[in-house]
Write a protein that binds this ligand. Structure first.
Ligand SMILES: [Zn+2]
Length: 318
């Protein structure tokens, strides 16, 4: 990690202005609820805020060199407590741990911060326990709750927090960022920007996991008549991690959909996608992808699922 300044956050001016003002006036709420779609800068903003709050030298431009900044960079600051789901949920034991953390004054600076992500993963017991802590927290405590969907939280939690909304990013912003920051080729950056639905995080993940290349591999095997190739590709996909499967299904669905829109309405087609277009019934194909996804969620054998998917969608009636 490197030091993050609130000014670096892309296209979230309302959220960033709110935090700037609060920092300047030293009037921070005791609980913020950062809400918005995946991959648009919520967690990055939370970390930036931590640097601004903890830096010993300059709260307007965190230095990255002081003791506090260094501890944040090493992710070992004693006044920060991060709460992430254990397995699938955030449990009441984890919230009790927060209650312990709240008892002690800051060890180093002025604040102690509790970061909960994703807040909607708190089970009911945990959420109720958190509520108690939110009622009258010590003055040095700030809660940062991060969520993609704040309507899933208890209304009483929402009402005790200041809501900070994050929005999706325009594709131009994503494209320019990918070119400037990662030196992506223009064709790739443009495709990623168009297909990521305003989520920079998703665009970067698709690129880092090499999933556009995987889509090419999959499509090539699908159009091929070689069963050996299909087996090999199915085996290859079975070894990807579940998060990559999710993103891949998203890409595959998009390829099918974009092919359909191009064929039917002559709409533009992402230039880094496979040149071959999907020609079969897109609605049936999307249904099959959904079935494959669901089978994997129910622990079906991934190799068989991918082989089935590969043979099935490319052999549909057109
Ligand atoms: Zn510093």
């Amino acid at each position: 990690m490197k030091v993050i300044n609130l000014r670096e956050i892309l296209n979230q001016e309302p959220a960033i202005n709110l935090f700037h003002l609060a920092l300047k006036k030293e009037r921070l709420s005791q609980a913020y609820l950062l809400t918005g779609p995946e991959g648009v800068g919520k967690e990055t903003t939370a970390w930036a805020l931590l640097f601004h709050l903890f830096c010993e030298k300059n709260f307007e431009n965190p230095c990255g060199n002081c003791k506090a900044c260094k501890k944040l960079l090493k992710d070992s600051h004693p006044d920060l407590l991060k709460v992430y789901p254990e397995k699938k949920e955030i449990t009441i034991e984890q919230i009790r741990n927060i209650q312990n953390f709240l008892k002690y004054r800051p060890l180093e600076g002025k604040y102690r911060i509790v970061l909960i992500k994703p807040a909607e993963k708190m089970n009911l017991q945990a959420a109720n326990a958190l509520l108690k802590s939110l009622e009258e927290p010590p003055s040095y405590i700030i809660f940062l709750l991060i969520t993609e969907n704040f309507t899933q939280l208890l209304p009483t939690i929402i009402s005790r927090s200041q809501i900070v909304r994050f929005r999706t990013l325009p594709s131009e912003v994503i494209k320019n960022f990918l070119i400037k920051k990662f030196s992506y080729e223009e064709v790739i950056a443009e495709t990623l920007a168009k297909i990521s639905q305003g989520s920079l995080g998703r665009a970067i993940e698709i690129m880092e996991k090499g999933l556009i290349e995987e889509l090419h591999t999959f499509v090539k095997a699908g159009f091929s008549s070689s069963y050996i190739l299909k087996f090999k590709v199915a085996e290859r996909f079975s070894n990807l991690e579940p998060r990559s499967w999710d993103l891949f299904f998203y890409l595959l669905s998009l390829w099918i959909w974009k092919s359909y829109l191009k064929k039917r309405y002559g709409l533009s087609y992402p230039s880094a996608f496979p040149q071959e277009n999907f020609q079969k019934d897109p609605f049936l194909a999307l249904k099959i992808i959904f079935e494959a996804k669901s089978a994997l969620e129910h622990y079906a054998n991934p190799e068989i699922v991918f082989y089935w998917l590969l043979t099935k969608i490319f052999n549909l009636e057109a």
